[in-house]
Ligand binder design. Sequence first.
Ligand code: IPE
Ligand code: IPE
Ligand code: MG
Length: 245
Amino acid sequence: MVAAADFSTDTGPRHVAVIMDGNGRWAQARGMFRTAGHRSGMEAVRRIVESARALEIPYLTIFGFSAENWGRPVEEVEELMLLLRLYLRSEIADLHKNGVRLRVIGERSRLAADIVNLIEHGETLTAGNSKLNFTVALSYGGRQDVVQAAQKLAEAAIAGEVTPQSIDQDAISARLWTAELPDPDLVIRTSGEQRISNFFLWQSAYAELIFLDTLWPDFSKADLEHAIREFRRRERRYGAVVTNR
Ligand code: IPE
Ligand code: IPE
Ligand code: MG
């Protein structure tokens, strides 16, 4: 066991982002439909939010549904949207009670109107909370994020608000869907796959990447603690030379 105090903001990670993968394989290994894996994965989402709160991690982001996941069979997409509705309906009050601030990032216009309403309700209700900043990436793609930021910059240029020479990294970061979030320090991917799958391309420039074999529905607080311990063993150099040794 690792005490919460071990994870103070001084030592990080301040922002943990998770590519939740392996629901389908978890179900297939049990002779069940993939959708059963997604249902079980939803429980793992509840668990990680609770664990992040207990470990006093200030920012937690989960990759819930990628822009590319729309290309899955229509029944699977429908089941995922159904689970999303269930999650939002059942969890928003609890998140609020527990001091969690909910944000959703991604191509919101592609989501059904009732889901957008639930999201807006959740974001408004929890806007004043600060115990945990919990962000769900839905219909999210890292490239799509950069594209929409470029569109905003082009519009600002046409309006005379920015000049091409004034565009710097901060100008881009401020227009990403993640503008209100610090860059992730730690990106965890479950299920043994070692790829980013179009997640935080810009934001992960100096994130530590940790790949776990655990399938997402099996993800526990112990897995999160293990990843954080591993993160804290790593030496982050940001391209510089470490001089204190
Ligand atoms: C992650 O599990 C959930 C989503 C991407 C929505 P998968 O559904 O990708 O499960 P695997 O990778 O097929 O096992
Ligand atoms: C990434 O998982 C997307 C999410 C976790 C939401 P995928 O299962 O869609 O990624 P690939 O297909 O293995 O790259
Ligand atoms: Mg997958």
